[in-house]
Design a protein around this ligand. Sequence first.
Ligand SMILES: *Cc1c(COP(=O)(O)O)cnc(C)c1O
Length: 380
Amino acid sequence: MAQFRTLAIHAGQQPDPVWGAVITPIVQTSTFAFEAPGKPREFDYSRSGNPTRQALESCLAALEGGTRGFAFATGMAAETTVLMLFAPGDEILVQSDLYGGTYRLLTSIFAPRGVRPRFVDLRDSAITAAAINNCTRGIWIESPTNPLMNLVDLGEISAIARKNGLITICDNTFLSPYFQRPLEFDIDIVVHSTTKYINGHSDVVGGALIVSSADLAERVAYLQNALGTCAAPQDCFLVLRGIRTLALRMEEHNRNALAIARWLERHPAVESVLHPGLESHPQYELGRKQMTGYGGTFSFWVRGGREAALRALSRCRLFILAESLGGVESLIEHPRTMTHASVPVEILDRMGICESLIRLSVGIEDSSDLIEDLTHALGA
Ligand SMILES: *Cc1c(COP(=O)(O)O)cnc(C)c1O
């Protein structure tokens, strides 16, 4: 099979059969003409399937090494769809250190309807195995976690799940398939917010699921059509355009972020840097085992608490104060009051998402300009 960089440009993207257009066209239609009564062509209605979406979905499946890919309107639409695989009474093991929107979806939308999250430390496989009971049906993994950059051992957790007949889901948004392919560690379903690195240009919100088996492909296809959570053709076109440079962008994000993390680690205003590519990260070895790079997102604690953090955030000129991550431009944010504001304060305190935590999404600008900006922001 072709290598990643080749698949990113060619998988699912044959020249258009009608005009020979080299770039997959935006097939902006809701419905498709039938050949005869009861005889649809390949597509009949764009909620059920659309050629632009299909090109993106095939490409995503190839990049993650899955059986089939699915594109959704947002990352949350992808998550909502995959959670519909579960029924009232089911329990899902999940770590509490996770994307704020996923936390909110599980606790305030699904839990009251009977699909309950049980929060465990998935870094510890003994604790994880002990948390499984008669109602447990799935394990939801995010690795690295957002914003604390903890890692979960994908192979270890999937082995526990396999033994107990549980579905494993891994949110791979932070690394993209370029740096981590969970299906190779026997995970069942990969989730993406394609809004982030996969599209990479901060001009689309989108989501994806990539599944390992034909059985899951059939169940997710049914849900995507029945729920109507799919992505629109224009957005699929843009995400597919972003994917063509995914490998190149990820290399640059990785290089810049690692250089900045090393620089911050030596800065007197910084208490500690959370980046799995630093030898000081407690799970550095695990990272080397299951990831081939680290992407551009990481966090650090500044000295001086809330005041120092807010001062640094407001003094940045190049880093833009904004939520989201994974775009070519650098962003800075305060998880406690921004991306993770929907998580209860007691849980934020317990996890270490305190007032002095800052998260960076390092873009692909020149790293010396980024370091100069942070030098000014952190002050003397
Ligand atoms: C952004 C994000 C999501 C949600 O995706 P949207 O496209 O914003 O709906 C889910 N998981 C992670 C890790 C994210 O960063």
